[in-house]
Design a protein around this ligand. Structure first.
Ligand code: C2E
Ligand code: CA
Ligand code: CA
Length: 571
């Protein structure tokens, strides 16, 4: 192939005026010369680009007619030895002297491609680049063995919120640098978006082979490896990165932050038939890891995908349930040492179309993850207040109602009113007073943005509502929570009560919880009291009040009214 090229003065593009196609032999020489200058990953596409052109040349087509117009992007070394992106656009037509002419423009597009394929903050490849790269690998070998890891920094939004976007960016850059420093040769690292990174690892055996065959992009078959081995290797690598992340301390305004990240892995081949699907699998595993809590890890399997489908289905049904008012409330009495009825916990039930009801243990955690809990909690508060005022209007003397709060209610968005406002408004609308409502919050719900939670709960307590720490003893930082938050009640978790009176360890645990509470002047409630023996022991240990099946199962509103009437008759 002979070509007449004119290079533009600013060297931005090269205009091919007449490239005459002669015999296939010389075209091959031209091709191999061109290919040698290309990035190894872009060579297969260039081969097919030129081959298509040559095939078209062999066809017979009329004078002056444009036969084909094609473009191709590839990387070639620039004068400074760096890879630069170029785009070639060319067409074929039959010239009047009978020659087939290829004419086109070659443009340097490095900057455009950087914008398109690179994340400007970390200079890592972005999602689009990752997808293209991965697809090229799978096109070359659909059975390629590799592990795709989706890694996401936990609670990154709160770093941005508390320290500002610049600090958030600095954290991301540090994470990128750390990961880069940890990666084996030939691995891929990208920033997909916000705080989400993507890594691709090859099996160790494959890597050592790649190192031997220099370019690392050979099309030779990978040596055999077992999938389980690859999964174990990957998990070990991820755990190392997670550990190192904890050492990236971030200090601002005298606040230290220890980073944690969750990660999900998809090992290929695993049923995914394109890059998009493989990335989706890794993301699904990441969602599952996130669900397991900060610093979680999960390997993609079909079961996980089924569990997620089930949850998605449940999420849809929950939406319908919120619209069709399929929720009801039940109330579980709490009594004091003398058996007097002092309060009732408000518990949510979901009535299914087939008449059964679903327990909140199943659907509340999902509603909390999806944010549907906001609407549900709003409904619970409204309904409980309506019910309370109805009982009062009927001349009954209802006990205080204890309402469960969720973590999201302590982190209001711009559209939501502050928690205390929502509560006070509900009270006002229904003519009840804050001392008729208790609020229960779990220790784990307080682990998010502590300062915000503390301020919100102080406002709530200042307004006259009482606050209980729920499921006490199951979280991490029990004592600190009791000292920091304006709490009046501690609810001893039912898991400690269940093994009483026989389990000595649980007895000691309950004893010390009750002791601490007494020293801090807090009231105690034992949950899940199921037997007389448990009740007696708890009374003996100094517990103030009791809730559980032995005292009463959760009651519907009619049963509650009946019980109130019975109490009135006794008094
Ligand atoms: P929780 O706040 O710890 O509520 C106590 C749970 O223990 C209730 O389960 C109650 O029915 C159950 N229980 C009561 N007595 C006994 C007993 O003697 N033995 C045993 N084994 N269990 C007993 P439920 O109603 O299934 O609620 C489960 C969880 O769902 C609640 O745990 C609470 O965290 C959440 N939840 C329930 N209703 C609401 C609500 O309206 N809003 C929010 N945010 N969460 C709710
Ligand atoms: Ca509760
Ligand atoms: Ca509880």
């Amino acid at each position: 192939m002979r070509s007449y090229n004119r290079t533009h003065p600013d060297a931005c593009y090269t205009h091919f005026t007449r490239a005459e196609v002669w015999a296939t032999g010389s075209a091959e020489a031209y091709l191999s010369d061109l290919l040698r200058q290309l990035h190894p990953e872009d060579q297969p596409e260039m081969v097919s680009y030129i081959q298509t052109h040559l095939e078209r040349c062999a066809q017979d087509f009329p004078l002056g007619k444009v036969q084909s117009f094609r473009s191709n992007r590839f990387r070639a070394r620039n004068a400074d030895g760096q890879w630069g992106w170029h785009e070639v656009r060319s067409r074929l037509y039959r010239h009047r002297d009978g020659l087939i002419i290829t004419e086109g423009v070659m443009t340097e597009i490095t900057e455009v491609m950087q914008l398109l394929l690179e994340d400007s903050l970390t200079q890592l490849p972005n999602r689009r680049a990752t997808e293209q790269w991965l697809q090229r690998i799978l096109d070359r070998n659909p059975q390629e063995k590799l592990a795709v890891i989706n890694l996401d920094i936990d609670r990154f939004q709160s770093i941005n919120d508390s320290f500002g976007q610049d600090s958030g960016n600095a954290v991301l850059q540090q994470v990128a640098l750390m990961l880069q420093g940890q990666l084996p040769a030939g691995a891929w690292l990208a920033r997909l978006e916000a705080d989400e990174f993507l890594l691709v690892l090859y099996p160790e055996a494959r890597l050592s082979e790649a190192r031997l065959s220099e370019a690392g992009s050979g099309t030779g078959a990978a040596p055999a490896h077992d999938e389980a081995g690859m999964a174990t290797q990957t998990e070990a690598a991820v755990r190392r990165w997670q550990e190192r992340l904890q050492h990236i301390f971030f200090e601002r305004r005298e606040r230290r932050l220890r980073l944690t990240a969750s990660a999900g892995t998809a090992v290929h081949p695993n049923g995914a038939n394109c890059a998009k699907q493989l990335l989706q699998q890794a993301n699904t595993a990441l969602m599952e890891a996130k669900r397991l809590g900060p610093g979680g890890y999960c390997l993609y399997t079909n079961q996980i995908s089924q569990a997620i489908d089930w949850r998605l289905q449940l999420e849809k049904s929950l939406d319908l349930a919120i619209e069709s008012k399929a929720f009801t409330l039940v109330y579980q009495p709490q009594v004091d040492r003398w058996g007097r009825w002092i309060a009732a916990e408000v518990l949510l039930r979901w009535s299914l179309p087939d008449g059964r009801s679903m327990k909140p243990d199943v659907f509340i955690p999902i509603a909390e993850q999806t944010g549907q809990i906001r609407a549900m909690n709003h409904w619970v508060l409204e309904t409980a207040c309506t019910q309370l005022s109805q009982w009062i209007q009927q001349g009954l003397k209802p006990p205080r109602l204890a309402i469960n709060l969720s973590a999201v209610q302590l982190e209001p968005t711009a559209q939501d009113p502050a928690l205390v406002e929502e509560l006070l408004e509900a009270c006002q609308r229904h003519g009840i007073t804050p001392d008729q409502l208790d609020l229960e919050i779990t220790e784990t719900a307080l682990l998010g943005n502590r300062e915000l939670a503390l301020q919100q709960l102080k406002d709530v307590v200042d307004a006259g509502f009482r606050l209980a720490i729920d499921d006490f003893g199951t979280g991490y930082s029990c004592l600190q929570i009791l000292q920091t938050f304006p709490v009046q009640f501690v609810k001893v978790d039912k898991s400690f009560v269940q093994q009483l009176p026989n389990n000595g360890k649980d007895r000691q645990l309950v004893e010390s919880i009750l002791l601490i509470a007494r020293q801090l002047n807090l009231q105690t409630v034992a949950e899940g009291v199921e037997s007389e023996a448990q009740l007696h022991l708890l009374q003996e240990l100094g517990c103030d009040s009791f809730q559980g099946y032995f005292i009463a199962k959760p009651l519907n509103s009619q049963e509650m009214a009946d019980r109130m009437r019975a109490e009135l008759a006794h008094s």
